[in-house]
Ligand binder design. Structure first.
Ligand code: CA
Length: 442
């Protein structure tokens, strides 16, 4: 396939420039499905906590592509037996560019309300969207399926799969830095160029990289880091951990995600009772159909602008609960939160009863959020270090810092309550007393 005589560039706040020299990548960027990512924020409702977090999934997808381009170029320049294979190059760069194609508006809250999964939608869009699948088919008839398999993590191309999704991949590296830049926090700072340079393709069959016996292609390879890069990777693991506890799992953001989910759930309930006055056209299939029955075009028609406009209309809905929830979101009247001790599961029933007495609907004005350590921020194992003698060991073997982080077992549990709705009279006394008790016990 031909290349542009002069490469095209996107100016980017993280990578300075993003370079595109393949018409294939350019045409993928210009599909409607990819352009839609401009209308979906990378961090969902986080902008209600960190007002700078308005950056789009479009920017992140371009960033992941650019990182893949740099990693593959580094392998190409510094690995003697790196396969000269243009299809491999296209597979890696296209998979990185398109890995988030299936994200919906306010991703996690929407998925929860409508039981959709962005991973499944990414695959469906890759295979079924007429524009995207046609551009991919220009490489060859199997190419779209191969890109989908890499994104789904079920590909024989283990090295590319690991670069898209593993403990150290282009997706996470880009979003950590990008989200740190956008939110204005410093935790996500990384020694990026050096991090890329510590990555090595590795063939388990040979005991060396670079000059060992020629591998039979990238299918036998995986990604490791060289031992001199351990501290650079430690910085990445620490950045990841801090970004999760300080930004991604921020109690205000979790609360606004819960609120958004409750708005959608209430809208769904009111709609099923035939009482929803305003239904935006792109939302109708989500309200009327089972998630498995949605068509790709229907899924792609929904974006954050549609939802936010709907919230504006729903403030005037006859249903007082929906009207109040929508207004809470738009005016940022978020719920109060307090730590909820794991030792008091008995309190939950009493809280719901007291909430009812206090004039609240416990299904919509009271929520419990539980966060357990997940592999996204909780390193257990999965980054292999190659030492000077060609031996492999897990990163935690070489790094006391990473070992210490992997032992951290914190579970957060928080209670969210629409405190401003509590009746000021005696009816609200029991709930007020219980909340007071909780504040003192944590
Ligand atoms: Ca991503």
């Amino acid at each position: 396939m031909t290349r542009f005589p002069e490469e095209k560039v996107f100016k980017d706040p993280v990578h300075s420039y993003i370079y595109v020299s393949d018409p294939l990548i350019w045409d993928l960027i210009n599909t409607r499905a990819f352009q839609r990512l401009r209308r979906i924020r990378q961090l969902g409702t986080s902008y209600l906590t960190f007002h700078g977090a308005e950056h789009s999934r479009f920017a992140h997808a371009l960033g992941a592509y650019e990182l893949m381009r740099r990693v593959l170029s580094h392998f190409h320049r510094n690995t003697a037996d790196w396969p000269e294979d243009q299809r491999l190059w296209f597979l890696g760069t296209a998979a990185a560019l398109l890995h988030d194609l299936g994200h919906g508006p306010f991703s996690h809250a929407l998925e929860h309300a409508f039981h959709t999964r962005h991973e499944e939608w990414t695959i469906r869009i890759l295979l079924e969207d007429p524009q995207v699948s046609q551009v991919l088919a220009r490489v060859d008839g199997r190419f779209g399926r191969d890109v989908a398999d890499i994104v789904a993590g079920r590909s024989e191309h283990r090295l590319l799969s690991a670069l898209i999704s593993s403990q150290l991949d282009v997706d996470r590296i880009d979003y950590l830095i990008r989200d740190a830049v956008a939110t204005g926090v410093n935790y996500g700072k990384l020694e990026l160029d050096r991090l890329i340079r510590t990555l090595r393709p590795y063939s388990p069959g040979s005991d060396r990289t670079g000059s060992g016996p020629a591998p039979s292609g990238d299918r036998d390879m995986t990604v490791v880091i060289k031992k001199s890069g351990v501290h650079t990777v430690e910085q990445y693991i620490l950045a990841r951990y801090l970004m999760y506890v300080q930004v991604y799992l921020h109690p205000v953001t979790r609360g606004s995600d819960i609120l958004l989910n409750l708005i959608l759930q209430r809208a769904l309930e009111v709609h099923r009772q035939g009482r929803l006055a305003y239904v935006p056209r792109p939302l109708r299939p989500f309200l009327d159909k089972e998630p498995g029955d949605l068509e790709v075009a229907e899924y792609l028609a929904l974006d954050e602008a549609v939802l936010v406009a709907a919230f504006g209309e729903w403030q005037a809905e006859p249903d007082p609960i929906l009207a109040d929830l929508a207004n809470r979101f738009l005016d940022r009247r978020l719920c109060e939160y307090l730590d909820y001790p794991a030792s008091r599961p008995d309190l939950w029933d009493e809280l719901q009863e007291a909430a009812r007495e206090a004039g609240l609907d416990p299904a919509y004005h009271l929520a419990l959020d539980r966060i357990a350590p997940s592999p996204y921020y909780h390193y257990t194992k999965g980054i292999s270090v190659l030492d000077e003698r060609g031996r492999l060991a897990d990163l935690s073997q070489w790094s006391p810092l990473v070992r210490a982080l992997s032992l951290q077992e914190a579970v957060y549990q928080r209670l969210y309550v629409a405190q401003d709705l509590i009746r000021p009279d005696a009816g609200g006394d029991r709930l007020r007393r219980l909340l007071q008790e909780l504040r003192h016990s944590s």
